[in-house]
Design a protein around this ligand. Structure first.
Ligand code: ACO
Length: 349
């Protein structure tokens, strides 16, 4: 049986830096509040007209493919994880396949929000281990800035998120002591509405306690997206932040320990933990709970905000560029987010 290695990794963040003070032009907030609650100082926003989730993914993919020393035509499967796709459908996978003029290979889209990278890696790992594919391109990209409520009404969500992309080329190896050791995926749909964007959607109010439109009177087309839904901010992410926070600080350590114990390791054995960059306070809580040293945890949320699916691979790509990960290092990646979904992956780099 093969193991999965990251043969090349790259990331791309837009040039446009948006500081906490920049946000105060649109909403009632402050640099002090945002830094104290989230650790974020600034984030990147995509160019308003020239960049999409897919085009940012393409930039990251080019870097990953170059680092792997292969060409676009060597890619035999594409996995694209995002919650902010260019179109409602089709997904970004095929748009990237077209933009990069790739062969007619399979393109799978993953919708697991902040857990997108860990879920995607787990799927890719199954294909690689079984020898099905030899060069999987895994792309994670988010253009949040187009879909946030920049008024004071949306400030608890909008200040957190940033745009960016990352990609990696995954290959099989039989080299002893390298590769993905295990992945662990979980979900709890009881909390689906705690962090969600409801419309456009086909739910027809079925799941929502608070009804947003009178469907009896609605024109067929308005059931998907009506003026009332927009008035009620249903087209923006909705989040009960404190509930997310409380669940995250339990599930992060749990799923990291699950990965370590499955492979006979303890937290002190870790060379690097890359937690999904949800909130610096969550990452610090997890670090403290597992008694990890500062050099065992990599965070970059202060510069990029929460880039959802892209956050772990952007951090992984940066850490690798900075020489913070060496061949053979024990690296754990863990995520928690909307769904709720959460998961972890443990690998020898
Ligand atoms: N600026 C100023 N004040 C604000 C802001 C803001 N940006 N946002 C909220 N407030 C106010 C609230 O209105 C509230 O005021 P009130 O007391 O007068 O009612 C007060 O601050 C406290 O609000 P809380 O929501 O209780 O603030 P909290 O301390 O919980 O911090 C935060 C909010 C940062 C969102 C936090 O709950 C959090 O990080 N939660 C986790 C979010 C997360 O990790 N999401 C990741 C998953 S994302 C994904 O999967 C897509």
């Amino acid at each position: 049986m093969f193991k999965t290695v990251i043969a090349g990794i790259g990331h791309y963040v837009p040039k446009n830096v948006f500081t906490n003070n920049d946000l105060t032009r649109y909403m009632d907030t402050s640099d002090e509040w945002i830094q104290e609650r989230t650790g974020i100082k600034e984030r990147r926003y995509a160019d308003r007209t020239g960049e999409t989730t897919t085009t940012m993914g393409v930039e990251a993919a080019k870097m990953a493919i170059e680092k792997a020393g292969i060409s676009n035509n060597d890619i035999d499967f594409i996995i694209f994880a995002t919650l902010s796709p260019d179109y409602y459908f089709p997904g970004c996978g095929v748009l990237l396949q077209r933009a990069m003029k790739m062969n007619e290979v399979g393109a799978l889209d993953i919708r697991n929000q902040c857990s997108g990278f860990v879920y995607a890696l787990s799927v890719a790992d199954q294909f690689i281990k079984t020898g099905t594919y030899k060069n999987i391109l895994l792309v994670c990209s988010e253009k949040h800035s187009f879909g946030l409520d920049f008024s004071t009404r949306g400030r608890n969500v909008s200040v957190i998120f940033g745009d960016g992309a990352a990609a990696c080329v995954l290959q099989p190896t039989q080299e002893e002591g390298r590769g993905v050791l295990s992945t662990h995926l979980h979900s709890d749909g009881e909390s689906a509405e705690i962090l969600a964007m409801f419309n456009p959607g086909t739910h027809a109010n079925h799941w929502l306690e608070q009804k947003v439109a009178n469907f009896d009177d609605a024109e067929m087309g308005e059931m998907f997206m009506s003026h009332q839904m927009i008035d009620n901010a249903q087209n923006f992410p909705n989040m009960d932040g404190p509930t997310v926070f409380k669940k995250a600080v339990v599930k992060f350590p749990e799923v990291i320990m699950e990965a370590l114990e499955k492979n006979g390791y303890k937290p002190s054995d870790l060379n690097l933990l890359i937690p999904h960059q949800a909130n610096l306070r969550i990452a610090q809580f997890v670090q403290q709970k597992l008694q990890l040293k500062d050099e065992q945890v990599y965070n970059n949320i202060e510069r990029f905000g929460n880039t959802t699916a892209a956050s772990i691979p952007i951090a992984l790509s940066e850490a690798s560029e900075l020489g913070k990960i060496k061949k053979g290092d024990l690296v754990c990646m863990a995520a928690f987010g909307s769904g709720f979904t959460w998961g972890s992956a443990l690998m020898r780099w």
